[in-house]
Write a protein that binds this ligand. Structure first.
Ligand code: ATP
Ligand code: MG
Length: 404
């Protein structure tokens, strides 16, 4: 083993894994462009308070998963665990609310969470997230879920989109009350963390992964039964739009998210094969105001790029590779042939290996070349090259354009 190793949970993305990663990234970005989202690049480090205030003090992320540290001046900073907090900070700081009636942004980049690494769970991972600021319309929620659905469909993923509404300032407090009361009656079956949460943050109990807790909350009151008129209409309109767009979904009345800032719509795309969440999001109508901006409703989602990459199975198609093989002292001519082929848009690898034809053809095979471009004394004298199809062995002499 070499002296230096990367940190636990911090991985190198390379080879086939990188190709799948890039494929997912480009798929999501392409989709967001179709919906006219504008890209922003956000800092990786923010003041710790940005995350504490937005994500919430009582969440797993803030309590256990942050890479927080003090800088040389003793200020508390953190590596971002997610993108929405920074996007909201940027939206306010750059006064984007003053420019347009609503704003559609997306970002891509590494996120950091101190959790136990396992398949598809890293300490540095990547998200692509999109946020729409400035509209309360359920149409926006529907379009956000539509994007998610279209991404998953293009990956042929066996997933189910779960949705729920977790209400607003008006209807959530009475629900929390009812939930707390219920949780006290099943306290004997709850884990210690959940007993602690039952009063302060009862919604999080619904999200607990401990089997006895999962069982104990099955009969718990549901937020949908407590929604105020506004939230109920918002939720039913959303469902109407999803049906209109033929987007299959499942209502999960106990779906809550691990972040405190959500209101009304929350959703999650769960892989049926892998049993993990791939894409998640929801509405957060108070967060901009809580972070010091004007009251601005908002809704968004985040894709875990490594997670989605796990679903990419089919062979990724690449442009065919042309392996340029010089034999003899023809390097000058080989450079010019490579230049000519690349100017036609072809993917060309000029072999750096000085060896006989047979060895070089073996290398071309190993690199997965579709064609070998053979260049020797004869080719140079006649200003052509010999194109060999690696599969059929068929050869063709092709003249180089006079411009070269
Ligand atoms: P989980 O329940 O798996 O911990 P989460 O609810 O913490 O997920 P979000 O904060 O909603 O996840 O992040 C959105 C997406 O980011 C997730 O659906 C997942 O695809 C991805 N993600 C979250 N944490 C990690 C991680 N540690 N490693 C890789 N991807 C992650
Ligand atoms: Mg998590």
């Amino acid at each position: 083993m070499s002296e230096f190793q990367s940190l636990r949970g911090f991985h190198d993305l390379l080879g086939e894994e990188f190709k799948r990663f890039k494929y997912v990234s480009e798929l999501v970005r392409g989709k967001l462009k179709l919906y006219n989202f504008e890209e922003i690049v956000l800092p990786v480090v923010e003041y710790l308070e940005v995350f504490r205030r937005s994500i919430g003090e009582a969440t797993d992320i803030v309590q256990k998963e942050m890479f927080a540290f003090q800088d040389r001046k003793g200020r508390w900073l953190a590596l971002r665990p997610e993108g929405t907090a920074g996007a909201v900070r940027a939206y306010i700081q750059n006064r984007l609310y003053a420019l347009k009636p609503y704003t559609k942004l997306f970002y891509e980049g590494p996120m950091f969470r101190y959790e136990r690494p396992q398949a598809g769970r890293y300490r540095q991972f990547h998200q692509i997230g999109a946020e729409v600021f400035g509209s309360i319309d359920p149409l926006v929620d529907a379009e956000i879920i539509q994007i998610v659905y279209e991404i998953l469909s293009e990956l042929n993923a066996k997933v189910i989109i779960e949705i729920n509404s977790i209400g607003c300032k008006v209807c959530r407090p009475p629900y929390k009350e009812a939930l707390s009361t219920y949780l006290r009656t099943v306290a004997g079956h709850l884990c210690e963390v959940c007993i602690d949460r039952s009063d302060r943050n009862p919604l999080r109990v619904l999200d607990c992964k401990v089997p006895t807790c999962k069982e104990a909350v099955k009969e718990a009151p549901k937020m949908v039964d407590f929604l105020c008129n506004e939230c109920r209409e918002h939720y039913s309109k959303l469902k109407e739009y999803l049906t209109l767009l033929s987007i299959p979904y499942r209502e999960n009345p106990h779906l809550v998210r691990g972040l405190d800032y959500y209101t009304k719509t929350v959703f999650e795309a769960v892989s049926e094969e892998l049993d993990v969440a791939l894409i998640a999001g929801g509405r957060y109508d108070y967060l901009v105001e809580e972070m010091g901006g004007p009251p601005t409703p908002a809704v968004g989602f985040a894709v875990g790029v490594e997670r989605l990459s796990l679903l990419v199975r089919e062979g990724l198609t690449e442009d065919p590779l042309y392996m340029l093989i010089p034999f003899g002292d023809v390097m000058d001519y080989a450079l010019l042939v490579a230049k000519a082929l690349r100017s036609e848009g072809k993917r060309v690898e000029l072999s750096y290996k000085r060896a006989g034809l047979k060895k070089q053809l073996e290398l071309a095979n190993r690199l997965g070349a579709k064609y070998a471009v053979l260049v020797g004394e004869e080719e140079r004298a006649g200003n052509f090259y010999t194109l060999k199809d690696m599969e059929t062995g068929h050869q063709l002499k092709i003249e180089l354009s006079p411009a070269m």
